[in-house]
Design a protein around this ligand. Structure first.
Ligand SMILES: NC(=O)c1ccc[n+]([C@@H]2O[C@H](COP(=O)([O-])OP(=O)(O)OC[C@H]3O[C@@H](n4cnc5c(N)ncnc54)[C@H](OP(=O)(O)O)[C@@H]3O)[C@@H](O)[C@H]2O)c1
Length: 300
């Protein structure tokens, strides 16, 4: 009898130790100070943010400008980007800003765009692969637009820019992930693209380490929900606005991780989902996405 109670006691102790360890890891991740300054070096450091005219990209651009990074703002709408440029410059007059127009839905090469000329001789230390397109896939054009925007563009842009980022290291390549990567009904192309991005970014991060470029950081920032034009649901505790998310997420850079949730509440949400068996995940995800489809449908 005594031996059984000893086993139960030891198992309980192990569980409590493991739980305390997990709490300590969580607190370390979300309470440690920002290391963004690690990438602010040399004269005039630059950051390029894709999909910077709105939402999370705009939030990241504003946050980087507040840390004195010069910006290359990518988007498809020149007048919208010009307005963003003026508003950021009004708040941060010392920051230089360039605009890079490229419609990611089309399958063009980076070499034939204005990008090579734009970044010539710049001390580019940050690339943010933010632009993303996620909606229900209806036609062959939709499939191509989502593949081109979510993975072809990020892949081509990063591969073009990587030699420059290596020569300007310490440097950082941030990629926007999504919780949909676990599998999401009605968003299959988008969800699959996000799973690709996470594996691709991690692979390149490991490759940099293998090639001796330990100061070229690849980090995927995972997101559950942020209130933006791309996700029109109202801001809440679980769904912060883009600027609030960007401020929290940029604290995660420079700590040697390959993948992290940008916002601590999302990490807790995801922790609960990960803990559930597949069948139980389906039971939660299916009705949730079905409800959202109705809301998205009404917003069109
Ligand atoms: N918001 C969320 O809840 C959420 C959740 C998970 C992951 N994410 C990821 O976070 C990233 C940003 O999402 P978001 O919600 O901020 O998106 P958003 O509000 O829809 O903004 C997207 C940005 O990308 C630009 N863009 C869209 N299509 C483009 C195209 N064909 N060519 C060039 N630029 C284009 C938009 O430009 P215009 O201003 O011209 O439209 C805008 O600047 C995405 O990768 C998304 O997958 C978001």
């Amino acid at each position: 009898m005594e031996i059984i109670s000893r086993i139960i006691y030891s198992a309980g102790l192990l569980c409590v130790t493991y739980a305390l360890y997990q709490v300590a890891v969580f607190l370390t991740i979300y309470l440690r100070p920002s290391r963004l300054h690690h990438y602010h070096h040399g004269s005039q450091p630059w950051a390029c943010i894709t999909g910077a005219s709105d939402g999370i990209g705009l939030g990241i651009a504003q946050e980087l400008a507040s840390h004195n990074f010069n910006l290359i703002l990518h988007g498809r709408n020149f007048s919208k980007l010009s307005a963003v440029k003026s508003s950021i410059q009004e708040q941060h007059p010392s920051v230089s800003i360039l605009i890079f127009i490229f419609d990611t839905k089309e399958c063009k090469t980076i070499q034939s765009s204005t990008f090579p000329d734009l970044i010539k001789n710049l001390n580019l230390t940050i690339l943010v692969n933010n632009v993303g397109l996620g909606h229900e896939t209806l036609s062959a054009e939709d499939v191509d637009a989502q593949i081109n925007t979510n993975l072809r563009f990020a892949t081509q842009l990063t591969h073009y820019t990587l030699p420059i980022l290596k020569s300007c290291s310490p440097s950082l390549i941030l990629t926007m992930g999504s919780t949909t990567a676990i599998g999401m009904p009605w968003l299959s192309v988008y969800a699959g693209a996000k799973a690709y991005l996470r594996t691709w970014s991690r692979s390149l991060g490991m490759q940099m380490r293998g090639e001796g470029f330990r100061d070229v950081e690849f980090l995927t920032l995972d997101i559950v929900e942020v209130s933006t034009l791309g996700n029109i649901l109202e801001e809440s505790f679980l769904r912060p606005n883009a600027r609030k998310w960007a401020t929290a997420a940029l604290r995660q850079v420079g700590h040697g991780r390959r993948y992290v949730h940008g916002y601590w509440v999302h990490a807790l949400q995801r922790g609960v989902v990960n803990w559930m068996p597949d069948g139980a995940q389906d039971m939660v995800i299916l009705p949730e996405v079905a409800t959202r489809r109705k809301l998205w449908g009404k917003s069109k």
